[in-house]
Each structure stands twice: as structure tokens, then as C-alpha cells.
Write a protein that binds this ligand. Structure first.
Ligand code: ARG
Length: 467
């Protein structure tokens, strides 16, 4: 396609170099901002008219032509296409082609520098709620697993070594807790994007009496930027969004890693549904957790988007610099990747079968050593001494191939007269979890309350399904 006439052609003697023009063009990806760009322009046309910079007739013509562009693009997304440098140039070119002279007045007092920042702010404020909803849906899938697990127990791990028994429900609530922080972090990113940039001009502000407060309300912003020079290069809201996305992916990656490990033949705690597993082209028996591995892999990519973006920003002098154009691909990739990973994780968790017989069988034995120590502490022994003694009991039991739960009262009493027959009831996985007393603990009453609290949160954040 021919190189079109750029918005800035007047200053230049000839055509730009085709390769360099293509290199600098952002239309291949910023077309995604089309609707935001047009809505911003409709509001700008109103503001220009109110400022006396456009006649009523011109304002009307611009606004109705822009509105028809929105309709057309909604009907046919392929409409937003052409050889243009960027989405702003595309909209202006099509507008002028339709209404002529009046269209050429739209950009009065405005710069693409403030316009592109506006578009991206509008875009993120529009898109982030969808990501939040996808996050809440995954939390809902975790909730359903927690509810299904009832009072089943599993081993809790530290250092990926069996540590203490926990309720399976407690495990699922732990992932929901991280997802709720992601939800809040996304809200904070949307809040940071909530500032109107228009009125900043290229850097110094605009020479027309634009009512920025009115314009902000018109575009549903609650604030106006405080400084035009800062505003044209402020992409902190992009960094915040990328951080929120990267951290959400870190959480999804850790969930994925858990489920990959728990699904191995060695653990056998979970069984992936066939619909979310994959096979091997060679080994007929294989059932692989590819979606979970991809989630884990894609987390690396979005951490890269965040670090790449911060690196791009760090060297920029004040004011707009073209480096800032790199913001969009980072944002769009983070958005798409997070959305895809959330959906895949929701499908996996939503159909996952927990092998509660196996988690229960794995939750006893030496994991109850802390409960033995607590038994002695309750009978007066200082904790450090109890810890020492139980350590010796564990060592002996390991050496003789015994299990704590199988020891007789006589065997216990050989270690300390503080032991009596009640030790057997105290040293079971069920007694261990029931002994946890703090609200954040795996104590069954506390977990029941936490499940109810999560259910209420999900009710507020996931719209009821139509079914
Ligand atoms: N495509 C550009 C971007 O994404 C739009 C702003 C262009 N401004 C400029 N002075 N060249 O940042």
C-alpha cells in the first residue's frame, strides 16, 4: 500500500521513507483504541464548540460523522483498517473524507500526545472490569472446590515437605485469597487511569478556553491531570496495570505448579478432567497438564512485559517521546494473556476431581509431630523441651519403621510419664486441624466462616449466570 500523507506532512519536502514510516506506525496494534479515540474526539468536539472554537454546525457535523464511524466499526471491525500511521490519523482521515472542511477543525488545540494517553486510560478503564470478573470467576471455582471438600484433610507443605495437616477447603481458600488481592490491585490500576489528560496540548496546555472539569465528567473521569508536561508522558497507570497483571500471573503460575505436582502419579491428589488435559503423540498412556504448564510459562512472558516497560520508561527525558508508543503492545499482551490464563485456570479448577481418600491417607503420620509436642506442652512441659523429645521419638520411629499413630500407650510412656491414653485421640489429622484456633487457621469452624465470607464476596463480584 502507498504511504499515506501523515498528519505532519507540511514541514517536510517529500514523502517519508516507506520502511521508516512502517517502522514508526502503530496502527497495526493501536486500532484496538478506535472506539476510545472516537469517543474522546466526540467529547473534544463538544468542548471546542463550547469554547467557541467550532460553530454549532461544524460541531454537529463532526459529532454525527464520528458517531457513524462507531456504528460502522461495530458492524464491521474490518472497517478500522488502512495505511495510516496510527489510529488517530485514521479517524481524522476518514472524518475529513466524509465531511470535508469541518473535519479539519477537530484537532484544534489538541495533540496526539494527550490524545493517546487519554485513549489508553479510557481503554483500560473499560477493559479492567472484565479481567476482574474473570478473576472472580476463578475464585468462585476455588470456592466450589472448598465447598465440595467438606471436612476432608490433606497434607500442608513447607519446603514441599509434608508439614501439618490442613483442610482441603483451607487449601482452596488460600488461592482465592491471592485472587482477591489481584482483583483489588486491578481496581487500583483502573483508579490510577482515572484522570483526564485533554487540555494538556502537546506539553504546555491548550490555548482554547476548554472546560476540562466538564470534559472530564463527560468522559466519566473523576479527576483532571494536575500538570500538562507530566500528563503527556505519565504512564504510571500502565506500569501499575502491568504489575497487577504480572503478579496475578505469578499467582496463577503457583496454582498451576501446585496442580501439576498434585496430579503426578507420585502424589495422585487431583485428577484433571479429560477436556483440559492433553496426550502424547508417542506414549499412549500419557495424560499431560499442558494448560497448567502454559499458564506457568506465560507468567514469565508478562513479568517480562513489566520489566521491559519499566526499562523503556527509565531513560526518558521530560515530555512525550516516541518510546512511549511501546506501552500499547505491553498492555494488550498482558490483558490477553491474563484473560486467557484466567479462563484456562477456571476450566481446570472447575472440572478438577480431588482424590480425597488419597489426600486423607497422606495427611497423618509424622505430620502430627507438632501435635504430640502440643500434647506435652498442655501437660506442663516447656515447648523447647517437648520439641526436643518429640524429635527423638520421630528419629526412633523412623529407624524402626514405625508410625506415630501406631504407637501404644506403653511405648509413648517409655518417653515421658506425661503421655496417657488420650494421646491416641489427640494425634489424628482431624484432631490436629480442630486444634487450630485463630480465625485465619485451618480450624474447621474458622474455615466454615471463611467459606461463607468468600461465598458472599463471589456473590458480589460474579454476576449470576443465566442458567
Ligand atoms: N502512536 C503514538 C503513540 O502511540 C501517538 C502519539 C504520537 N505523538 C507524536 N508526537 N509522535 O505514542
Amino acid at each position: 500500500m502507498d504511504t499515506p500523507t501523515p498528519l505532519w506532512s507540511g514541514r517536510f519536502a517529500g514523502e517519508p521513507d516507506a520502511d521508516v514510516f512502517r517502522f514508526g506506525a502503530s496502527f497495526p496494534f493501536d486500532r484496538r483504541l478506535f472506539a476510545d479515540d472516537v469517543r474522546g474526539s466526540i467529547a473534544w468536539a463538544e468542548a471546542l464548540e463550547a469554547a467557541g472554537a467550532l460553530s454549532n454546525g461544524e460541531g454537529d457535523a463532526i459529532r454525527s460523522a464520528l458517531a457513524s464511524l462507531l456504528d460502522e466499526a461495530a458492524r464491521d471491525p474490518g472497517f478500522v483498517d488502512g495505511p495510516d500511521e496510527d489510529v488517530h490519523s485514521f479517524v481524522e482521515r476518514v472524518l475529513v473524507a466524509r465531511i470535508g472542511e469541518a473535519g479539519k477543525r477537530l484537532h484544534t488545540g489538541r495533540s496526539r500526545n494527550e490524545q493517546v494517553a487519554l485513549d489508553l486510560r479510557l481503554y483500560l478503564r473499560r477493559r479492567i472490569p472484565d479481567l476482574q470478573q474473570a478473576t472472580a470467576r476463578l475464585a468462585a471455582a476455588c470456592l466450589a472446590q472448598a465447598e465440595r471438600a467438606g471436612d476432608a484433610v490433606m497434607p500442608g507443605y513447607t519446603h514441599l515437605r509434608r508439614a501439618q495437616p490442613i483442610l482441603v477447603a483451607h487449601y482452596w481458600l488460600s488461592h482465592a485469597a491471592a485472587l482477591r488481592r489481584d482483583h483489588a490491585r486491578l481496581a487500583a490500576a483502573a483508579d490510577e487511569a482515572d484522570q483526564l489528560t485533554l487540555g494538556s496540548g502537546a506539553l504546555a496546555g491548550t490555548a482554547y478556553p476548554i472546560d476540562t472539569a466538564l470534559l472530564a465528567r463527560r468522559l466519566a473521569f473523576t479527576r483532571v491531570v494536575p500538570n500538562s508536561l507530566d500528563a503527556v508522558a505519565d504512564r504510571d497507570f500502565v506500569s501499575t496495570f502491568l504489575h497487577a497483571a504480572a503478579l496475578a500471573l505469578v499467582h496463577l503460575s503457583r496454582l498451576a505448579e501446585d496442580l501439576i505436582v498434585f496430579g503426578t502419579e507420585e502424589f495422585g491428589f487431583v485428577e484433571l478432567d479429560d477436556r483440559v488435559a492433553t496426550g502424547s503423540s508417542l506414549m499412549p498412556q500419557k495424560k499431560n497438564p499442558d494448560p497448567l504448564e502454559l499458564i506457568r510459562g506465560k507468567a514469565g512472558r508478562i513479568v517480562g512485559r513489566l520489566t521491559g516497560w519499566l526499562t523503556t520508561m527509565k531513560g526518558l527525558p521530560s515530555g512525550y517521546n516516541k518510546d512511549l508508543q511501546e506501552d500499547k503492545e505491553a498492555v494488550f499482551d498482558a490483558e490477553d494473556t491474563l484473560d486467557g490464563c484466567l479462563r484456562a485456570a477456571t476450566a481446570v479448577v472447575g472440572t478438577l476431581v480431588m482424590r480425597l481418600d488419597r489426600t486423607a491417607r497422606a495427611a497423618g503420620g509424622f505430620m502430627l509431630a507438632t501435635d504430640v509436642a502440643d500434647f506435652l506442652v498442655a501437660r506442663g512441659l516447656p515447648f523447647r523441651a517437648a520439641h526436643e523429645l518429640v524429635g527423638r521419638i520421630v528419629r526412633d520411629a523412623l529407624a524402626s519403621g514405625r508410625d506415630l499413630e501406631a504407637m501404644t500407650v506403653a511405648e509413648w510412656r517409655a518417653y515421658s510419664p506425661l503421655f496417657d491414653e488420650r494421646v491416641h485421640d489427640a494425634i489424628t489429622p482431624g484432631a490436629s486441624v480442630r486444634a487450630r484456633r485463630t480465625p485465619q487457621s485451618t480450624g474447621p469452624d474458622h474455615v466454615t466462616a471463611a467459606v461463607a465470607e468468600l461465598r458472599a464476596w463471589v456473590g458480589r463480584h460474579v454476576p449470576a449466570s443465566p442458567r
